[in-house]
Design a protein around this ligand. Structure first.
Ligand code: GN1
Ligand code: MG
Length: 367
């Protein structure tokens, strides 16, 4: 039984070397960029994606990055059996021609992964055990990639977490006022501009040479970690943005989702408060893996990352709102504005609890 009548998807699926007969194809996940489907056969499940080439213009570079990263991760696990390795890392399924992607007649690019059934991902973190596992997952991910030469990967989205680049995009969007929305958000723009200087600390540390460039994940939302039925780490997913970066960016992006008691796009900002115990648990999980390789200055940079990432995300959502919603998928007209306000509420809450956040980081880094 096919839930999906879209023949483009089905015809693209037919080019991949999957096991069994297809019984089900359906939309899957909550990503903002690519189109994702679950393909279920009578013997296995697969995750099938149309890559958004408006955003990932260099698809071949993207697939090559993914291939290199997965080969490196799998080699680190070579002491385990094939089944165990497939559970702990993503596995690409090639086409019948032996390629890792399929380009259809409309120039859509498709790729297929094994879907890890029986795993869970959370948009909102519920328990300290989950948060600790998330920290372990991204700490271990960075650790396993710490001996892969950053120059081997293409910087697939240049300046992705460069705040000067993001602010400059916002300024252009304000000047162009493409969707005629600038007037209604003037107070938000002012709020952002007041904080710009402080948010440049990680970038300045990097530019001074204080932070090593490492291979980082760059999209460490909590729902990009799969946990098993006991909420232990299973697998880190969504490798599209794996490229050279600073660890503070990964740390801050993860905390942005973990410390938030509500969804990334919660319209009622009263519901957005900090869950400090989850922050502590993630930090301890992360440090249990990362204390081996982080430099002292990187440890200092983590606090700045915590403030930067929700702020930068707000800048990106607001820029997209002003541009008329051309980047992120939106489900209603003001979606990007709601997302902006939710991220800024998080920044405000963090500023209020700055001392607490700093002291937890200090104590976790010193253990
Ligand atoms: C996008 O598509 P998704 O949800 O994996 C975005 C991330 C943002 C995130 C916000 C390539 O990721 O940077 O943090 O939305 N990815 C890209 O939810 O821009
Ligand atoms: Mg992503």
């Amino acid at each position: 039984m096919f839930e999906l009548k879209n023949s483009n998807v089905l015809s693209a699926v037919s080019h991949f070397d999957i096991e069994g007969n297809i019984i089900h194809v359906e939309r899957f996940g909550s990503g903002h960029i690519n189109d994702t489907y679950r393909v279920k056969t009578d013997s296995k499940s697969y995750l099938f994606q149309r890559i958004n080439t408006q955003i990932f213009a260099d698809v071949l570079g993207l697939m090559e990055n993914t291939r290199i990263v997965l080969a490196h991760l799998k080699q680190k696990l070579s002491h385990l059996g094939k089944e165990e390795v497939e559970k702990s890392t993503l596995t690409l399924i090639p086409t019948y021609e032996g390629k890792l992607h399929y380009q259809d007649e409309n120039d859509s690019f498709w790729r297929m992964f094994i879907l890890l059934e029986g795993t869970k991902s959370y948009d909102i973190v519920e328990t300290e055990v989950q948060a600790y596992s998330g920290g372990q997952a991204f700490g271990e991910f960075q650790k396993q990639l710490s001996d892969l030469e950053p120059g081997k990967l293409v910087e697939i989205l240049p300046n992705f977490h460069n705040i000067d680049f993001r602010m400059s995009n916002l300024r252009t969007a304000i000047k162009d006022n493409a969707a005629g929305r600038v007037n209604e958000v003037q107070d938000i723009i002012d709020y952002i501009m007041e904080r710009e200087e402080r948010m440049r600390i990680v970038l300045l540390m990097g530019q001074k040479g204080d932070l090593p460039l490492r291979i980082t994940h760059n999209d460490t939302k909590f729902n990009n970690v799969l946990l098993d039925e006991h909420d232990r780490v299973q697998c880190v997913i969504d490798l599209d943005t794996v490229m050279p970066g600073y660890v503070a960016y990964d740390f801050g992006d993860a905390i942005r989702t973990i410390i938030n008691s509500a969804a990334e796009d919660e319209p009622d900002t009263e519901k957005i408060v900090l869950n400090i115990s989850l922050f502590r648990a993630y930090t301890q999980g992360y440090m249990s893996k990362a204390c081996d390789f982080l430099t002292e200055k990187e440890m200092t940079s983590l606090l700045h990352g915590v403030f930067l990432l929700p702020f930068m995300q707000a800048v990106r959502f607001l820029t997209d709102y002003l541009n008329g919603d051309t980047y992120y998928k939106v489900h209603y007209c003001a979606h990007n504005l709601v997302r902006t306000k939710a991220q800024l509420k998080l920044v405000r809450e963090m500023e209020l609890h700055q001392k607490k956040i700093a002291s937890i980081l200090k104590e976790s880094v010193n253990v």
